[in-house]
Design a protein around this ligand. Sequence first.
Ligand code: FES
Length: 146
Amino acid sequence: MTRFTVNDRPVQYRMDPDTPLLWALRDASNLTGTKYGCGTGDCGACTVDIDGEAVRACQVSLAQTEGRFVTTIEALSPDRGHPVQQAFAAENVSQCGYCIPGMVMAASVLLRRNNDPGDEEIDAAITNICRCGIYPRLRGAIKRAG
Ligand code: FES
């Protein structure tokens, strides 16, 4: 059994400790805002915040999450009122929308460290992939949220 905190609540998972965090969140906790895209750590659709770091939940096991604090898109804001979420809406960032939760989580971590990032800093920090090509609007939203 592994124990840690998800969205300010203690959780226990009776799953194989090698199970990727992504599947515990989605299948056991029904936190389906964290998306599965590639399963190989490349796309970032599964990005969550673990202890203030943007982490790809498909690449970290339950054992590696033991004792840590996980925040998913569901708890970033109770009313979608987080500045990043508001800026994404104002800049019409979303197209198909599938990558957006991971993008928002990665952007929120970036802006906690640097509230005035330039294009190069944004591109270096947000390595999430979007098949719709939202990157110019994404940069605008991150600057607006900052
Ligand atoms: Fe985790 Fe793509 S599903 S990085």
